[in-house]
Design a protein around this ligand. Sequence first.
Ligand SMILES: [Zn+2]
Length: 194
Amino acid sequence: MAKSRHCQLPSVTTVAGRSSSITNAFFNAIIPVFEPTEEEELEALAILGMSPENIVCAYCGDLPTEWDHFRPIIRGQRPTGYVTEIANLVPSCGKCNQSKGGYDWKIWMMGPAKRSPKSRNIRDLKERINRLQQFERWRRPREINFEEIIGPTLWNQHIQNWEDVIKLLRKSQELASEIRKAVVEKSRAAGGAN
Ligand SMILES: [Zn+2]
């Protein structure tokens, strides 16, 4: 096959490559959502210097596409205890949300992460940080200790399920790799395309 400089061959997809998104799904699935009232939403926006007619990404000022968890809800493959509620949500653009990940918001904003506000040379960075600090002081967010609330039996079962799924992914990956190699070898031996 002629290799074009502009077109990449499809790469080998792996089963185990899904591990981190599955880990996130396991912990996202237990995070409760407390819907804000309209008043709470207005109050949060006002603290951020916004109104419903003028909502921008709280980190960079671009058009927002989603509410970001201001304090990460998952870190180090465990829930942090923070949940989905107005005291922990700020409007964000997709670029910022993806770049921020599990970082502390202020360290990330002023840090060199790819697409962080600092590395994108966002204007008014100090002003934005100032607003977000006010937001941080606005309300004490819930901090949930899942294991304490539901008890060790259910909690350990959930962790066990997660570990079993990850183990099965690894095992499935080994088999998938073997199958792929065998198919290549047998096809070559049979004089197929080379
Ligand atoms: Zn942004």
